[in-house]
Design a protein around this ligand. Structure first.
Ligand code: G3P
Ligand code: MG
Length: 246
């Protein structure tokens, strides 16, 4: 089956090509011809929304400690690219505002995953995302808010009712329809976390389905047949069979 870049969403930018959740990684998305990028957002200690996946700094930067206990000025000094490859030394943990500027310039849609950990102040995080969307005047029709946190989604439902939402589940629960109102656009799940019956029922409800993070197309051939709309992948190269161009 021939896959189009329009059926793919870059995960954390294009995490296989460049250090995840950096501007370098996000710039790869347009080069592959994809129209969607997924990123993770959290707050620094002083409340700056930044694009970063883990709650600790050590895997993806040359720093240590917790992101949520680190002031932005300190975070901004850290290298977020050298661990991936020396050519990316000097990449920083980007602010959400910087990412939105890049995404707007590249005319992409953005799936903003509201990343929560047990210590996350969910209203504070969602309010900061809303403020950044407003301050940057990013086109809201190009935004999808997603989260594993039903609390975060419920909060966004109240505070940003016009922005599209997606529920994230590793495994779609049997009673997924109970939570359906928290999603206005799509259900996202692990590519092994959905059954054919569920996929067909979700599609019949009018919601789209996006699966993360299959990096090998042969693992998901059946999902396209079940009606899954999009794969959120680190490795578009494995699907598309061409090299990106400037
Ligand atoms: O949004 C899909 C995917 O990003 C969810 O898991 O851990 O990669 O943020 P994770
Ligand atoms: Mg994510």
């Amino acid at each position: 089956m021939k896959i189009s870049p329009k059926q793919l969403c870059g995960h954390r930018g294009v995490a296989a090509d460049a250090p995840e959740n950096t501007l370098a990684s996000i710039r790869q998305v347009r080069l592959w011809g994809m129209e969607w990028v997924e990123i993770d957002v959290q707050l620094t200690q002083d409340g700056v929304p930044v694009v970063f996946h883990d709650d600790t700094l050590s895997r993806c930067t040359n720093g240590v400690g917790r992101l949520g206990e680190t002031p932005y000025a300190q975070l901004a000094q850290l290298d977020a690219g050298g661990y991936f490859d020396t050519q990316y030394q000097g990449e920083r943990v980007p602010t959400l505002a910087a990412v939105l500027a890049q995404v707007a310039a590249d005319e992409l849609h953005i799936n903003i995953e509201i990343k929560t950990y047990p210590e996350t102040d969910i209203p504070r995080l969602c309010d900061a995302v809303a403020a950044t969307l407003s301050e940057t005047e990013f086109p809201l029709e190009r935004v999808l808010l997603s989260s594993f946190s039903l609390e975060a989604l419920a909060y966004c439902q109240t505070t940003m009712p016009s922005v599209a939402r997606a529920i994230l589940w590793d495994v779609v629960p049997e009673d997924w329809q109970r939570y359906q109102d928290l999603a206005t656009y799509s259900i996202h799940c692990h590519y092994r976390g959905i059954t054919e019956v569920q996929a067909k029922a979700i599609k019949a409800s009018g919601l789209k389905i996006k699966c993360y993070t299959p990096n090998h197309p042969e693992e998901v051939a059946h999902l396209w047949e079940w009606g899954v709309d999009m794969m959120i992948t680190d490795a578009p190269s494995n699907y598309l069979g061409f090299e990106p161009t400037e």
